[in-house]
Design a protein around this ligand. Sequence first.
Ligand code: MG
Length: 281
Amino acid sequence: MRLVSFWKNERVVAGVRMGAEIADLSALPDLPPEMAALLALGTDAIAAKLPAAPHIPLDGVRFAPVVPRPGKVICIGLNYAQHAQEGGFSNLPDYPTVFMRSATSLCGQADPLLLPAVSSQLDYEGELAVVIGRRTHGATESEALAAVAGYSCFNDGSVRDYQRRSSQWTMGKNFDSTGGFGPELVTAGELPPGGCGLRITTRVNGAIMQDANTAEMIFSVPRLIALLSEVMTLEPGDVIATGTPSGVGFARNPPVWLKAGDRCEVEIEGIGTLRNSVVAA
Ligand code: MG
């Protein structure tokens, strides 16, 4: 099942993309309209109601971030060895680097990636996003994947000069509308366990800038869920952005910064392609 969030009558509602149509779950009175609450019901419950949902054409739909207002967006830094090395971190970590993004930093499929007026150093980071479907605390690695509703594409857009102004990356990772998320949440049963073994590529204006496989993560999805849920309760709709592979713009010689008019795409095998164009704020 491929869940989407989209705009309808000035609010964000949820649906299931089926071919060139969306089954509009918000038209069903016994389902909550919003993604996180739907995920809490369980994807089996959604699938059971799905036949009653009216369909609308996909064409012309404006997408929202696939979870529009996650309770938490937990981002993992330096989770691919070659990316850690290109960033100057030569030793493999024994504990992940973790930071958070806010809901206001997110944008949906085809929304503008905003190049802030105060910086020219907007960079892409293609990532596998894990979306939580079940309240989870203290999960072991073997229990961890039961917490996952599904997977999506993420672009952890980063304003590098702000990211490096202090030892905490938060400011460079939270400019408005710099974090692409979507277009679809693919339910976990349709993908390999932990979203492992999927090709992930990032393209800018059609040129491949990142090309890796999610099997190369230093901390796997089950390991991340175990480590994170040792500290914080994971709740339905929470998102884990699992880190980016090598090939980011800042590490290139010369550096490649996203400019107004650029088209940025993050494609993950079996999940889809997240597309955003860069627009000056
Ligand atoms: Mg990242």
